[in-house]
Design a binder for this molecule. Structure first.
Ligand SMILES: [Zn+2]
Ligand SMILES: [Zn+2]
Length: 177
């Protein structure tokens, strides 16, 4: 039997803490278990070097996203090797191989009609001169009234659209949106 285990890909925007490790550890345990049983295991993960959390951190520190991603990717690798994680491949999302693989999967899904185009409304921040991805928007959750991000409320676990939030602000500049 061939066993593929895809661990969660931590965002390279800050140091790992116990909570991250708690969610990553089960993959390593499974990989070890299946290897001991003699199965062919491919246990893969990597640092997520793209995306909003890194862009935010880079803006806050006034450096390029790559500087942030490089710093934490190296820290993660060091951390995983010291902790004895047994990844067969630990890579990063800004590698060419990763881009090519993801694009091939995306195009296959598109060709097979599994991805649909649709129009959405998004917040725009004139101060930052950009449309705001969900995670760039913060505000009050319409379900429970606690502070939430534009993609979900950590407090009540509801999945949100950023425009549903009340008292919206831009996470980058803090201006009301
Ligand atoms: Zn909520
Ligand atoms: Zn802004």
């Amino acid at each position: 039997m061939r066993v593929f285990i895809g661990g969660a890909w931590p965002y390279a925007n800050g140091s790992l803490h116990l909570g991250h490790l708690a969610s990553l550890l089960p993959g390593d345990i499974l990989a070890r278990y299946f290897r001991l049983k003699g199965e062919e295991v491919l246990y893969v993960s990597g640092s997520d070097c793209n995306g909003t959390p890194i862009a935010i951190k880079a803006k806050q520190e006034g450096v390029s996203p790559k500087t942030i991603a490089d710093k934490y990717h190296e820290e993660f690798q060091d951390c995983f090797s010291k902790l004895g994680f047994t990844y067969d491949c630990y890579t990063r999302t800004d590698k060419n191989h990763h881009h090519e693989t993801v694009q091939a999967i995306f195009l296959k899904l598109l060709d097979n009609g599994k991805i649909h185009k649709r129009k959405i409304e998004q917040c725009y921040c004139p101060s930052c001169d950009q449309f705001l991805p969900d995670r760039f928007v913060e505000g009050v959750c319409p379900h429970c009234g606690k502070q939430a991000r534009g993609d979900q409320c950590d407090y009540c676990s509801n999945i949100l659209e950023s425009l549903e939030l009340l008292n919206r602000t831009c996470k980058v500049c803090g201006d009301p949106r």
